[in-house]
Design a protein around this ligand. Structure first.
Ligand code: PLP
Length: 382
């Protein structure tokens, strides 16, 4: 393969990306490539990366268990810290049981491929996250993609296929568009057709609902409306890892069949302990979740008032659609010169010609931070 020609093509299309390096914790203000900037690109929505109680838990776990789990969960790597994390996750999410994977990515990969056997059909939203897409690719069952958030198109496709065993899978908050799935409608459809529903709450846990319990709480559903609830421990909960919540049988089945659960080393003890402490922090501080929700609405309203194409701020992902790839990249570069880090998102993360500045807001941003970002964008746009 001619790598340099491939890279040249990416550069020509303004699609080439390179790594930036942080030398500080993931907070509202960070040091990137040696410069202090305001961060509007973090998934650490609640700003908990440096929270003393969480950091201390990780340190204590490292002192108690050392570093590294030393084996997979089913071999010798399963520790008290993993079990305690799963128990409290299930009780927070209201699911009967819960199983923790080493990332959200591997949770989706393992769960979808284990659940959708060769007689299954997976109905997947067109804007689902790459980890769902890859899980569908690994599954033995067929995947049918329905138009984004289009319930009529979904029902049409279910009617055409009439699967004996079907799984509807969706992000609850779409990671690039920042909009939400129509969850109550999806629950209705899966009940009408006797299908299973899997919901990816990666951007919803600790974010949506008055107490941060996610999309089920936001839409006033009950936990059993969602058969397979997926979440991550790497976003609002500021550690690493992913989980699947559901019935005891589902979780037992996944522990025995999900290859990304079986064939990998367990989360390191300090990572599991940090996730656990992060979860308890969210449980005990719903006011932090509301602060995030207020900031998201405020920032979206200010961006909209500039006449920009954006969201209503129901979620902390607030993309501003720019269009041309090079224009989005230039705006991102100019904002960085003023000390504001917001990346330009381009193809293949979004469609060609739909490049965007993807702002994400944190609970710890002040109103001045948000005003500064919006006012700076305004001044460089005109
Ligand atoms: C981030 C993300 C994941 C993957 O989670 P990680 O813990 O980062 O591996 C899965 N689904 C969605 C929608 C995400 O945004």
């Amino acid at each position: 393969m001619d790598f340099s020609a491939a890279i040249h093509l990416l550069k020509e299309g303004h699609l080439h990306r390179s790594l930036r390096t942080l030398s500080s914790p993931q907070s509202r203000q960070v040091s990137i490539d040696g410069r202090n900037v305001l961060l509007f690109s973090s998934n650490s929505y609640l700003g908990l990366a440096e929270e003393p109680a969480i950091v201390e838990s990780a340190v204590r776990a490292m002192e108690q268990y050392g570093v590294g789990a030393g084996g997979s969960r089913l071999m010798a790597g399963n520790m008290t810290c993993h079990m305690e994390l799963e128990a409290d996750l299930a009780s927070f999410m209201g699911t009967e049981s819960c199983v923790v994977f080493t990332s959200g990515y591997t949770a989706n990969l393992g769960a979808i491929s284990a659940i959708a056997g060769k007689d299954s059909v997976i109905f997947s939203d067109a804007l689902n996250h790459a980890s769902i897409i890859d899980g569908c690719r690994l599954a033995k069952g067929r995947t049918v993609i329905f138009k984004h958030n289009d319930i009529d198109d979904l029902v049409l496709k279910i009617r055409e296929t009439r699967p004996a065993c079907g799984l509807i899978v969706t992000d609850s908050v779409f990671s690039m568009a920042g909009d939400m799935a129509r969850l109550p409608d999806l629950v209705q459809v899966k009940n009408d057709w006797g299908l299973m529903l899997m919901v990816d709450d990666a951007h919803a846990t600790g974010v949506l609902g008055v107490t941060g319990r996610g999309s089920v709480e936001h839409f006033k559903l009950i936990p059993s409306d969602v058969d397979i609830l997926m979440g991550t421990l790497s976003k609002a909960i500021p550690s690493e890892g992913g989980f699947i919540g559901g019935t005891t049988e589902l979780c037992d089945y996944l522990k025995n069949t999900a290859r990304s659960f079986i064939y990998t080393t367990a989360l390191s003890p300090s990572t599991a302990a940090a996730a656990h402490a992060g979860l308890l922090y969210v449980r005990d501080h719903p006011e932090r979740v509301r602060q995030l929700q207020n900031n998201a609405r405020y920032m979206a309203a200010r961006l909209s008032s500039l006449g920009l194409h954006t969201t209503d701020g129901q979620t902390p992902i607030i993309p501003v659609i720019i269009g041309e790839e090079d224009k989005a990249a230039t705006l991102s570069q100019r904002l960085l010169e003023y000390g504001i880090f917001v990346p330009a998102i381009r193809y293949p993360s979004v469609a060609k010609g739909q490049a965007q500045l993807r702002f994400t807001v944190m609970a710890t941003h002040t109103q001045q931070d948000i005003n500064f970002a919006v006012d700076t964008l305004k001044s460089i746009l005109c």
